[in-house]
Design a protein around this ligand. Structure first.
Ligand code: LUZ
Ligand code: MOS
Length: 758
């Protein structure tokens, strides 16, 4: 079970907003742009400065260092200079005695814009040459030479919506002045080093004058991989100016308005198959709606290209990604990191091909699953593929033929309510696709009473990474887990951290923690041999806190051994480093072996659609998932369930709406619907694939954070399949998400208002 569960239930877990504030803490609020694109003609802060209780109003002119927070591409300001590029773009920071005063004083700032043309659509941006970076193509074989030899060639266009992260804890940070002009930042970030690096750049400090500390996050989902930085740095800027602690926490509406989301995509595909359903060629072009600045968009787009054929081996592939600059808040990392969008498009192509060939989509899916001996089109050899095992086990364990028979019976007995079913195999690559990020370190201390403190780069954000690391440390020493405490993530204890992201937190940091623990364990064994006056430390073993020699129990206990080791002046601390071996990717040819391994699984999802009202229910979710050897089955199951529900939400009810002026209309929880406890599928059968080992994961485990998200894609197609039972050829081209409104309109209108044309 997650270390934090009991504390959460009791309300004892602390977040940024719960931090006991130092005396004299001031509060900051952000003044942001009301237009999506424009020149700032006049900015007058005087009346806001005069507001009682206001201590400062800071603009780009107050930045002592470089006004640049871009991570991959330097194209993003902390505070707008002469121009704004999206609604919600930060322009000024108001620092006041209370958050209420700071927010009230925002209205006293006077600003005039000269409005410029606004682009919200990625294809329009592409046509106008508004790109974040040049297009990128991944390819293998030669699609163009194959189309003529295919029995069926289909083309299509797919529209995919974005998604709001909706972490429970909004963005925020506290900056505290420390001796010597340095600043300590308490931040709700997945990437403490990004906060440290950017704060140093903005303030023109060396990085060693900034300390970032993270206790835990109330959710993140990628939304705090890059986009937690700005708020933390704003607080630091205010602290630097005023020499006072400053707290900056966005309220929900500010967070919804100012932060980026999952990238919407528009895509074209072409697929060629034999009449038996073997896919011979696949071509796709992805127009990514990046928003106004790069943020992580190019990396997200690259992962789309890595996952463009999902779980399938296709001998001829050409996937092109175009990151399009629009006037929306910068879209960013979100669970799956572009992978889900890539996979959705090939699934749309397969489902369309299945209708054309008049066979179930799963026949095509099954025929094309990737196997050992195949090669991914980006060059990596396929090893230990569990694609077929997961697929076949799902079909037999959940008895697909029987499920289909039940659905047939139901559908022939019911005219207005129809059921549908769809399968979704998933293959997701584990490792940051930017190879250099695949590194981590850990600092383990054994205290003289036998208790253990562990620091790593991992951020606990509800995903249970702390529980997993505690478990592997306790298992390495063979001591009770209650002796092991996870410390905060802090840049002075663990430097140069990679973000906790890419599902890799437990792998990278767990492996580092194991190495550190083993270093100490070796010393303890030597120490025990000395204490027991035996010659061979290799025959010393610690089992359940008891010390054995050559299989026989000795008089030493864990606590005694630790004390004696300290007394004999042997270090009980270790810092260790881990870097994933063997991975690389060459961007000049887009070939390499970027992933340590892949995670596989297959979902079967059933849904029921009320074809008079457009309402639907996801009835059952049935999954065989490859967890490797799970470190903590409850944590893993929780991640799988949460990911699936979030994936279903993305493609069903979560609909972001902007107007043509680039203003977010779904800007509150009354206008943006997320899955609630009542919309959780009635049946969630998630089973562990048996006999799966993984030498790259701690104790043979596999990463879990992102892969299950994409099972949600089956929910979309199960709804489409149910709609087709009511009215043939409906639903196929509905833009995602497939909201109840769209279902209703599509079933009952001649003109498909929301549908995309072919
Ligand atoms: N973040 C990142 C990620 O920086 N690189 C990645 O490859 C990635 N993949 C998934 C989620 N976050
Ligand atoms: Mo991420 S999408 O922060 O793993």
């Amino acid at each position: 079970m997650n270390t934090d569960t009991i504390k959460h239930v009791k309300g004892e877990s602390l977040f940024v907003d719960d931090y006991t504030l130092p005396e004299g803490t001031l509060h900051a609020a952000v003044f942001d742009s009301t237009v999506a694109h424009g020149k700032i003609k006049r900015l007058d802060i005087d009346k806001a400065l005069d507001f009682i209780g206001v201590r400062a109003v800071l603009t780009s002119k107050d930045i002592p260092g470089e006004n640049q927070i871009g991570n991959i591409i330097p194209d993003e300001t902390l505070l707008a200079g002469d121009e704004v590029h999206f609604t919600g773009e930060p322009i000024a920071i108001i620092v006041a005695e209370t958050p209420e005063i700071a927010r009230a004083a925002k209205n006293k700032i006077e600003i005039e814009f000269e409005e410029l043309p606004v682009i919200t659509d990625p294809r329009e941006a592409y046509e106008k040459g508004s790109l974040i970076a040049p297009p990128v193509t991944f390819s293998m074989g030669d699609v163009d030479s194959v189309w003529n030899g295919c029995d069926v060639v289909l083309e299509g266009k797919v529209e995919i919506g974005g998604q709001e992260h909706l972490y429970l804890e909004t963005q925020g940070a506290i900056a505290i002045p420390v001796e010597g002009g340095g600043i300590k930042i308490i931040s709700s970030t997945q990437s403490p080093t990004a906060v440290q690096r950017v704060a140093a750049r903005i303030l023109n400090f060396p990085m060693n004058k900034i300390e970032v500390d993270v206790l835990r996050l109330g959710g993140a989902f990628g939304g705090k991989e890059d986009q937690a930085t700005a708020w933390a740095v704003m607080a630091a800027l205010a602290t630097h100016k005023l020499k006072k602690p400053v707290k900056l926490v966005l309220d929900r509406q500010e967070d919804l308005r100012m932060t980026g989301k999952r990238h919407p995509y528009s895509a074209d595909y072409k697929i060629g198959l034999t009449s038996a359903g073997k896919i011979l060629a696949y071509e796709a072009t992805f127009y990514q709606n990046a928003g106004a600045v790069a943020d992580l968009s190019t990396a997200v787009l690259e992962r789309t290209l890595f996952h463009a054929t999902n779980s399938y081996y296709i001998p001829n592939v050409k996937a092109t990604g175009i990151s399009c600059r629009t006037n929306l808040p910068p879209n960013t990392a979100f669970r799956g990191f572009g992978g889900p969008q890539g996979m959705f498009v090939i699934e749309a192509a397969i489902h369309k091909a299945a209708r054309k060939l008049n066979i179930p989509a799963y026949e095509i899916q099954k025929k094309n699953l990737i196997q050992d001996g195949d090669k991914f089109y980006y060059g990596q050899q396929v090893e230990n593929s569990n694609a077929k095992r997961c697929f076949d086990e799902a079909v037999t364990e959940f008895n697909l033929p029987e499920m289909e028979e039940e659905i047939r019976k139901f559908n022939s007995a019911n005219h207005y309510i129809k059921k549908g079913i769809a399968l979704m195999p998933v293959c997701f690559g584990i490792s940051f696709t930017s190879s250099f990020l695949n590194q981590a370190s850990a600092l383990v201390h054994v205290y003289t009473d036998g208790s253990v403190g562990v620091s790593t780069a991992a951020i606990e954000m509800g995903q249970g990474v702390n529980q997993k690391i505690r478990t592997v440390v306790a298992n390495t020493f063979s001591i009770d887990i209650s002796r092991v405490k996870m410390e905060t993530t802090n840049t002075t204890r663990i430097a140069n951290t990679s973000p906790t992201a890419a599902s890799s937190g437990a792998d990278l940091n767990g492996n580092a923690a194991i190495i550190a623990s083993k270093n100490i364990l070796e010393r303890l064994k030597k120490s025990a041999a000395g204490e027991l006056k035996v010659d061979n430390p290799d025959l010393i073993e610690i089992k359940n806190e008891k010390i054995f020699y050559n299989g026989k129990i000795t008089r030493l206990s864990w606590e005694e051994l630790v004390w004696k080791t300290y007394f004999n002046r042997i270090s009980l601390s270790s810092h260790a480093y881990y870097a994933t071996p063997g991975i690389y990717f060459e961007r000049n040819i887009n070939q390499g072996s970027p992933f340590a391994y892949h995670v596989y699984g297959t979902a079967i999802i059933e849904s029921k659609v009320d074809c008079l009202r457009g309402r639907y229910e996801i009835e059952s979710v049935n999954v065989i998932h490859d967890f490797g050897e799970s470190i903590d089955t409850k944590v893993d199951l929780g991640q799988a369930e949460g990911g699936i529900v979030q994936g279903i939400g993305w493609l069903t009810v979560e609909e972001l709406v902007q107007n043509d002026e680039g203003k977010l209309l779904s800007n509150s929880l009354s206008t943006y619907k997320v899955p609630d406890i009542y919309s959780i599928p009635e049946k969630m059968n998630i089973r562990f694939l048996k006999n799966s080992k993984n030498k790259y994961g701690p104790f043979n485990s596999k990463a879990i954070g992102e892969p299950p998200f994409m099972y949600g894609i089956a929910a979309y197609f199960s709804i489409v399949n149910a709609m087709n039972e009511f009215k043939n050829n409906s639903g196929m081209e509905i833009s995602a998400p497939i909201t109840p409104e769209k279902v209703l309109l599509n079933l009952h209108q001649q003109v498909k208002t929301e549908a995309t044309a072919h």
